[in-house]
Design a protein around this ligand. Structure first.
Ligand code: 6PG
Length: 237
């Protein structure tokens, strides 16, 4: 697990964008399968990426999927796809056919099955699991990641690629990429910023498998943590 720490949120976002662009530049002849998380943290990165790094990004070689989705339609302000569409798809020249959204408006159980099949068809398989090139994760203050919340640890070892889940804080239904395909990714990158995340960062970096985010960070093969100083505030450096 490799930490990258920057003074501010915007410097962290810029560093991650350049890190991702460099990965794409290093392998100029292939498609990258990228799974995005939602929530509020990636918004700044999406905005900067589409507006300030548009020209240097080979959008046509990037297939976008989602790590998780709230079971709401795209126009709902909670929609993870809706956020990325607003900040990136409406701004950067991303081919429509490269974007594979979770349909939050569908019945959750059926959508988890539909999207699992879609990902299993489009994303190359390794170890009999889809192998995303990059899975971009956030972490909640309660230690959840994807939409795998504390108490839902069974999703970390599920045999299904996506499962229905829910947010225990408000009952909101979710669709979640489960633990095995997350950990099977070439790279798992956490983007965690803000003072409110200092405790969960400390837990990820200093505890055992005490929450889903820590479990993933400890068991995935190639994990990078992009953080700003406030989020890394409890790490002795
Ligand atoms: C979601 C996300 C989730 C997110 C964390 C952090 O749908 O909510 O995918 O896993 O990464 O909850 O959310 P914030 O960035 O809003 O703190």
């Amino acid at each position: 697990m490799k930490p990258y720490i920057y003074p501010s949120t915007i410097e962290t976002a810029r560093a991650l964008i350049l890190h991702l662009v460099e990965m794409l530049e290093n392998e100029p002849d292939r498609i990258f399968h990228i799974a995005l998380s939602g929530g509020s943290t990636p918004a700044l990165m999406f905005d900067l990426w589409a507006n300030e790094y548009k020209e240097i990004t080979p959008w046509e070689r990037m297939y976008f999927y989602w790590v998780d989705e709230r079971c709401v339609p795209p126009k709902n302000s909670d929609s993870n796809y809706g956020l990325m569409r607003l900040l990136m798809l409406n701004v950067a020249p991303i081919p429509y056919e490269n974007v594979f959204r979770i349909m939050g408006e569908n019945e959750p159980e059926q959508e988890a099955i539909r999207y699992s099949r879609l990902v299993e068809e489009h994303v190359p398989q390794v170890n009999n699991w889809p192998c995303f090139d990059i899975v971009l994760l956030g972490a909640g203050t309660d230690g959840h990641t994807s939409s795998i919340f504390p108490g839902q640890e069974y999703l970390l070892t599920s045999q299904k690629t996506y499962e229905r889940s829910y947010n225990p804080h408000n009952g909101q239904k979710r669709i979640a990429l489960t633990g095995q395909p997350i950990m099977n990714a070439e790279r798992v990158i956490f983007l965690i910023t803000g003072k409110s995340k200092a405790d969960v960062v400390y837990e990820i970096c200093s505890s055992g498998d005490t929450c889903p985010a820590a479990y993933i960070a400890h068991h995935a093969e190639n994990v990078e943590l992009f953080m700003d100083d406030p989020a890394a505030g409890r790490l002795g450096r």
